[in-house]
Design a protein around this ligand. Structure first.
Ligand code: CA
Length: 226
């Protein structure tokens, strides 16, 4: 699966630039522009982020406070983006549980290197398998395996990614465009009706009852509701 990054940065030009660079490096990026929204996204159990990039000077709730509150609930790696010469921000940020920081203005290569370094560290320390559960379907994202009532499913990689995307977004309708972007990648020239074809394949591989878990939202996309 692609790694997912939450970017909280109120300067829209900078945010847009970082977002494009990260997407170019095949990361999934969720961007928001104030601290309160950043905190909500970070703590929402429906989201999974591999890294959070957090500006310190933010409207509504500053980055240090966001960092402290996220850290009291989650071990997700946090990189702070601080202003030049703001030594106290860096100290406060590290004290609040940030894993690393980068000083503005920075070269994008340096930011990418820091993200890679953090991902290397966390992927080594994470031993628990990433299990996702929906009713009687279980998937293990590390092992790329899926089962229904403990009977293994024979899925292709694309079908697996599709199922895990829908299960990760329980109760949230995934549009065909979102599915294309997440499963087939950002720069894709695949037509959206390919999604329908793959959903059909996926349903046909599920037992009858489980195949009905994937609901079609006509004209929009697909959802698995609880
Ligand atoms: Ca700022």
């Amino acid at each position: 699966m692609r790694k997912s990054i939450l970017l909280v940065e109120d300067e829209k030009n900078i945010a847009r630039f970082i977002e494009l660079e990260l997407k170019h490096e095949q990361f999934d990026v969720t961007t928001c522009y104030n601290g309160r929204e950043g905190l909500q996204l970070a703590l929402d159990e429906n989201n999974h982020f591999d890294v959070i990039l957090l500006d310190v000077m933010l409207p509504e709730l500053n980055g240090i406070e966001v960092c402290r509150r996220v850290r009291s609930h989650s071990e997700v790696p946090i990189i702070l983006i601080t202003a030049r010469d703001a030594v106290m921000d860096r100290v406060a940020g590290l004290d609040a549980g940030a894993d690393d920081y980068i000083v503005k203005p920075f070269a994008i290569e340096e930011l990418l290197a820091r993200i890679r370094s953090i991902l290397r560290r966390t992927s080594k320390s994470v031993k628990k398998p990433q299990l996702l559960q929906y009713k009687n379907i279980t998937i293990n994202q590390d092992a790329y395996s899926a089962s229904v009532d403990n009977c293994p499913l024979e899925l292709t990689k694309t079908e697996f990614d599709l199922l895990s995307l829908l299960m990760t977004n329980k109760n949230r309708v995934c549009t065909r465009e979102q599915i294309l972007e997440k499963v087939w990648g950002y720069q894709t020239d695949v037509e959206t009706n390919v999604v329908d074809v793959y959903i059909r394949h996926l349903r046909s591989k599920l037992p009858k009852e489980a195949s009905s878990y994937i609901e079609t939202v006509r004209g929009v996309g697909y959802v698995m509701r609880e």
